[in-house]
Design a protein around this ligand. Structure first.
Ligand SMILES: NC(=O)c1ccc[n+]([C@@H]2O[C@H](COP(=O)([O-])OP(=O)(O)OC[C@H]3O[C@@H](n4cnc5c(N)ncnc54)[C@H](OP(=O)(O)O)[C@@H]3O)[C@@H](O)[C@H]2O)c1
Length: 254
């Protein structure tokens, strides 16, 4: 099968997706993958310049792209964005990808850093699920994909707060999948391992090497590995999968 045959077999062309944290890293790779699959896009992040640059790069695709430069920790701004999206006709896919990691032992982490991580990694995800699922219920179904972390599943020293904020996303995903199943909305999470983006610049070389030694496939993942898993979870190929936390981590073991 050629790449274009694989993409068309996903049957995502003409669907509409919201991708948060679309300005770089995993989110940017998701944007490019979904654009290739013919999905109309709503991109959310704070950096408008970067969003506009990405939109410009997608101008050759036969899709519509809207950018919203907002801080997702701002509830009112988020609500306004989803109100605009509702007016445009709603969405089929939500990818809650925006996130933040501050690696510090619990004894040294400041209250502001604790709150900041929960604000974006957990509360913003809950809010987007709430706003998006209302639109999906109206449209008769959809797929929600939350990007959690393998640290939310296994934990790691120096990552107590980040791990806790991501573990909450696991609980949200499992519960919401049950709540929304009767509305034909599937809810899953991807728990990435260690992936080559700006976010892991927070880790020390020792932490990176320790993690590398615990990856069965013996290499750090690329953003496209996560983007491809999102395509699968958004598509008909995963139509019987909901409430799952899927590790995309090269076989990480602790
Ligand atoms: N990379 C990894 O190894 C790894 C592993 C496990 C889990 N993850 C998770 O995967 C997701 C993406 O990570 P990444 O590696 O791509 O991180 P990244 O390169 O730091 O990108 C984070 C994205 O989130 C956006 N963002 C952050 N705070 C925001 C806010 N308050 N409002 C709106 N947008 C915000 C950023 O855009 P702006 O700065 O423009 O707002 C950026 O687009 C995160 O949830 C992360 O926890 C990553």
């Amino acid at each position: 099968m050629s790449n274009s045959e694989i993409l068309s077999s996903l049957k995502l062309a003409g669907k509409t997706a919201v991708i948060t944290g679309a300005s770089r890293g995993l989110g940017e790779a998701m944007v490019r993958a979904f654009a290739c699959a013919g999905v109309n896009l709503y991109l959310i992040a704070r950096n408008d310049e970067k969003l506009q640059y990405i939109k410009q790069e997608l101008s050759n695709y036969d899709i519509t792209v809207h950018c919203f430069a907002i801080d997702l920790t701002d509830e009112r701004a988020t609500k306004e964005v989803f109100t605009k999206i509702a007016a445009y006709g709603g969405i089929d896919i939500l990818i809650n990808n925006a996130g933040k990691m501050t690696a510090k032992p619990l004894a040294f982490i400041k209250k502001e850093d604790i709150l900041a991580q929960f604000e974006i990694n957990t509360f913003a995800v809950i809010r987007c699920c709430q706003f998006a699922s209302r639109l999906m219920i109206r449209n008769g179904g959809g797929s929600i994909i939350n990007i959690s972390s393998m640290l939310g599943e296994y934990g790691q020293q120096g990552q107590s707060v980040y791990s806790a904020s991501k573990a909450a996303v696991g609980g949200l995903t499992r519960s919401l999948a049950q709540e929304l199943a009767s509305h034909h909305i599937r809810v899953n999470a991807i728990a990435p391992g260690i992936i080559n983006t700006q976010l892991i610049s927070e880790l020390s070389d020792t932490e990176k090497n320790n993690t590398l030694n615990s990856i069965a496939l013996q290499h750090i993942g690329e953003a496209e590995d996560i983007a491809n898993s999102c395509l699968f979870l958004a598509s008909q190929w995963s139509s019987y999968i909901t409430g799952q936390i899927i590790g995309v981590d090269g076989g990480i073991h602790f």
